[in-house]
Write a protein of this length. Sequence first.
Length: 558
Amino acid sequence: MAQAADAARTVILTVDDDPGVSRAVARDLRRRYGESYRIVRAESGESALDALRELKLRGDLVAVILADYRMPQMNGIEFLERAMDVYPGARRVLLTAYADTSAAIDAINVVDLDHYLLKPWDPPEEKLYPVLDDLLQAWKCSDFKPVPSTKVVGHRFSARSSEVREFLARNQVPYRWYSADEPEGQRLLAAAGQDGRRLPLVVTPEGDPLVEPDPPELAARVGLATTPTADFYDLVVIGGGPAGLGAAVYGASEGLRTVLVERSATGGQAGQSSRIENYLGFPDGVSGAQLTDRARRQAAKFGAEILTAREVTGLEVSGSARIVRFADGSAVAAHSVILATGVQYRELPAPGTDELAGCGVFYGSALTEAASCQGQDVYIVGGANSAGQAAMYLARGAKSVTLLVRGPSLSASMSHYLIQQIEEAPNITVRPRTVVDAAHGEGRLERLTLRDVDTGECEEVDAGWLFVFIGAAPLTDWLDGTVLRDERGFILAGPDLTADGTPPAGWELDRPPYHLETNVPGVFVAGDARAESAKRVASAVGEGAMAVMLVHRYLEQS
């Protein structure tokens, strides 16, 4: 009876100035949570604040607050900021249209936003309830106290500061950013006993200062898993992009004890995409971060372990075991391995770009840096989908976006739907047959030298922001001497190993390698790291699932 009474006094509050939307949100909430929580709705920020104050006076608890972003007089972020004063422990969700996702990302720093949902949220079973379930569980475990956030103090044009922010953002760790030149940043530095010469400073939710932390230390201190719970598994998945996450979901859901190892952040290149519009089942598009978050939660639900900031440096065969070695000297073993290491953007070979990396020159960091590009002239190098998606995302706030393409047009490597969107965007310019010849600046990017590929003529332009999306280099050097690769480093598997009808050298089984199996039995490859792969999210996820099917076949015959 006491628990029932407590539940009846616990509130989920929703506020939206559109009466129809307000009723729809409340209806969906009541359908799922009405028996355990009281659903309160309001149609303005002010009336919602009045409701919160009344609930406070009565001693009721508020678990989650959902607020629409676009409301007159007081928008959703302003409301949530004031609501924190009344119920600091309530979980906060912002309802946004797709055009407002940049504001939602900024809200993480303003109101410790726990999640943002794109409207419409239909079907709620897929888009609304899983998010609310997680937030309610987190609220129950917090003793209804505000959750302290990670704080980062650094310089905006600092490569290391940029790397830390990118790491936290891609791993969806909420953090507050403070410039070392601002009063609050200086107060944090003084409290940590630092003079600002060694940055960034990261202050954990527990209040522990970390000076210039490396990714493994940072991951461990902000709550990400970095150490396997066992020494031996059925399956080790190396790489946390779409192929690796797909393999982890299918492996764990089908009863294999599965661990996924990721060197940086789950999602891979797809996780950095602002909008993926050609992925099956998402007619309105989905951001790479949203898709990654859902896949990661799905893998964890089925029992897969996900390790972050663990760099794999070697693969060994010991009888029926496949041993994966880490950079710190430790190792984990398994019956089978799926290599889903993906690819990384190639570095721009122009003089000056190495020195200015993270200081105006960025590789795939459009989401993290977009807020700083408001009203600026932005340059993007690349002609494939990732460059096009970044151009569309940055064009929302930038003064202008210029796409620099080595080829004669975008049609050779970019999807047709993206080309159409770019052609219709008034502030995006495409410059074909143009490359960056040099980057210039003192401490930050200030100018670019652009060269016409056909005439050789150069011009210098003012530029503070350059985003690079060129080519794809496989992350496979650590496999040298163990797994066969082509001349570009992509992993050979299945038919590519037996093109002339003979098995690869050293193959001792009386069957040919399976379709995604490498020259090492029990070691499979999926996604962009495979030679001649499609380089698309859907095909990568499919290969991850197929690789698990072949793992089962391998284990049954071993």
